[in-house]
Ligand binder design. Sequence first.
Ligand code: NAD
Ligand code: LMR
Length: 325
Amino acid sequence: MAQTPVKVTVTGAAGQIGYALLFRIASGHLLGADVPVKLSLLEIPQAVKAAEGTAMELDDCAFPLLSGIEITDDANKAFDGANIALLVGARPRTAGMERGDLLQANGGIFGPQGKAINDHAADDIRVLVVGNPANTNALIAQHSAPDVPAERFTAMTRLDHNRALSQLAAKLQVPVTEIKKMTIWGNHSATQYPDLFHAEVGGKIAAELVDDAWLRDTFIPTVAKRGAAIIEARGASSAASAANAAIDHVFDWVNGTEWTSAAIPSDGSYGVPEGLISSFPVASRNGKWEIIQGLEIDAFSRERIDASVRELEEERTAVRELGLI
Ligand code: NAD
Ligand code: LMR
């Protein structure tokens, strides 16, 4: 008997990440080359027509694994029976907007979507939040979904992880495949900490293969501010690389990996307050993320992890005060 298709819901489907993401999901990169998928596209009413246009193009690809496409502006329908939810659509910061305004506006999106997931998604739902501020949007959605296991809500730092791999590979003139155990800690923001003290290249610690000044003054800020550099160069935020990272995150979550970075709810490991959705070094085993334990954290790393975690705590306090969690 043919395998039941996996329902993948994508919000912000008519946006630029959506356009880069949907074709790769439909061609089998999200879950595997033998897994049929059914796409559910959620958009705001004004963008439903554009999503319909993307769906026409998906049809025109005649993807063997794509068993159907639904398009709606109703979150309850979009998440009905969903197995995977990619929450991409978010309210961007616009001129004159304070952080509180941004969090409030996103609360109006991620709260109701979390509730719709809670009420309608399949029991095995896995959620990846891409829309910024991703960690805190994930926290809002998670709090609106009390019946879904908390660890099913994650936020994306895989793009930062991939950026760190690429920067280090270029510096050391090695293929990215030679780099193991890269880690991004903290928030998907400029405070994130890309860690070379546990990363290995050819069995050697990466931090020992580069000079301190490059690590501190070039590597860390280049990775942490790469999103802004892309916006400056392209005139729009990263899209294909963000879509690629979302594919990597979900593929590894479902199929397993021994080491990557993902923002997942903290269990208190490494001094990160419980419940914050923070990036850690993670493995995925039996379909579940696990924080890699036992790493020694020196003073240099401690200071940087703490700074990013502090920012996450401030965001959590702000959304609490706004009544969003
Ligand atoms: P975009 O503006 O091109 O598309 C966003 C889409 O979301 C739009 O089509 C909009 O209509 C839709 N949308 C807005 N509110 C919605 C709602 N309530 N329900 C459904 N759809 C809704 O933006 P983009 O370039 O695709 O980026 C999307 C988000 O991803 C942004 O927040 C961006 O900052 C973020 N991002 C995150 C990362 C990361 O690494 N975590 C990387 C790149 C971009
Ligand atoms: C990125 O890292 O590329 C994005 O999060 C940047 C942004 O602000 O959308």
